[in-house]
Ligand binder design. Structure first.
Ligand SMILES: [Zn+2]
Length: 185
């Protein structure tokens, strides 16, 4: 039997996916700066990118959780949510308002990166919660992201019930680790 390579920790996977989204946001913005996309085209491209990131994040959380627990994926797929798409679009418009002068370009890019990472991480966390529930995991523990804030660190001790929602702040990269009965008896 082939030994399976150990999975990287879930928080690292989350960080990698968020980094990947950030790189794509930056690449689109670079095209905008070269004049290949105007502002509204950029916003449309970013909205498509983020919608894709959300879908990928949810599938990935499902698959990862199944592999980690040695089970089959639960296959939870969120219902088509037009409101969520609207929220993404609104956030992008807020990050890049209609009239921005040249000196604020860097700030706009920063704001778009924040939106991209936050939307992606949020979907990863939501997908993870659904996947854990789908696999009948009853308890979890918070795994703070590297460089997590003090609040997140303080929250990362103790085992909590699956019904307890993980508190997060915008752009929080903390993850939920399943705690299985055998882990603590
Ligand atoms: Zn956090």
């Amino acid at each position: 039997m082939k030994r399976r390579k150990p999975l990287p920790p879930w928080v690292k996977v989350q960080a990698r996916v968020a980094d990947d989204t950030e790189a794509k946001v930056r690449a689109l913005f670079a095209r905008h700066e070269r004049g290949e996309l105007n502002r509204s085209e950029l916003v449309v491209e970013l909205a498509v990118l983020l919608r894709t990131s959300v879908a990928v994040a949810i599938l990935l959380a499902d698959k990862y959780t199944a592999m980690e627990l040695d089970k089959l994926p639960g296959g939870w797929v969120p219902a088509d949510d037009e409101d969520a798409d609207e929220v993404i679009l609104q956030e992008l418009h807020d990050a890049y308002p209609d009239e921005v002068d040249e000196d604020h370009r860097a700030a706009v890019l920063g704001a778009l990166v924040v939106v991209g990472r936050a939307v992606t991480l949020d979907a990863l966390q939501q997908g993870r919660t659904q996947a854990l529930k789908g696999q009948d995991v009853r308890h979890w523990r918070r795994s703070p992201e590297p460089g997590a804030c003090e609040v997140c660190h303080d929250l990362a001790d103790g085992i909590v019930s699956i019904d307890q929602v993980m508190w997060t702040h915008r752009g929080c990269g903390c993850g939920q680790e399943p705690v299985l009965p055998t882990d603590n008896d």
